[in-house]
Ligand binder design. Sequence first.
Ligand SMILES: Cc1cc2nc3c(=O)[nH]c(=O)nc-3n(C[C@H](O)[C@H](O)[C@H](O)COP(=O)(O)O)c2cc1C
Length: 186
Amino acid sequence: MEKRLIVGVTGASGSIYATTLMNALALMDWQVELIMSVTGEKVLAYETGIERSAFPENVHIHENDNLFSSLASGSYRTAGMVVIPCSMNTLGLMATGTGDHLLARAAQVTLKERCPLVVVPREMPFNIIHLENMLRLARAGATIMSASPGFYHQPKEMQDLVNHVVGKVLDQFGIENTLFKRWSGV
Ligand SMILES: Cc1cc2nc3c(=O)[nH]c(=O)nc-3n(C[C@H](O)[C@H](O)[C@H](O)COP(=O)(O)O)c2cc1C
């Protein structure tokens, strides 16, 4: 398997999930093919205080308006794509196979190549259109993982909750990790 993962970051709240994922992948020597929507980059800077210049070295940024990027083609091999956090706007684009930016195109490519597409939506509450879009995407092969951490590992800090979600995302790609304490029965 290629040690390259496409990471899409959109303008939903919860960009700490994306920064935690990128840091975890850096430690495991994975290359991150990062696409940020315009609002995604702004929300990330607002919520975390982290600018693109401070991303780990393993992060290769593809501009969202660059449809000449390698990620626009299924001939470029990756382990798949995760959209984290995923806005309802980008969810809608992916569910309808539309959108003229790289993030939406890369998601279409990932689905057509039958590679794993993991979507981490963040919104509350969901309206019926959001729910239908999730169902449509799931039927097309995507895995919908709501940004809702478990509490059975008895988290002490916010980062423990974030790590639980990110660890479960990594599990979806078969990437071994110890980000969270697994349930082993009582
Ligand atoms: C601080 C902030 C937080 C936001 N949180 C969410 C959210 O949790 N979920 C969501 O769907 N949209 C959220 N939005 C709205 C999206 O950013 C907006 O719909 C935008 O058009 C998404 O564009 P994108 O899909 O290209 O990133 C938020 C916006 C801001 C400024």
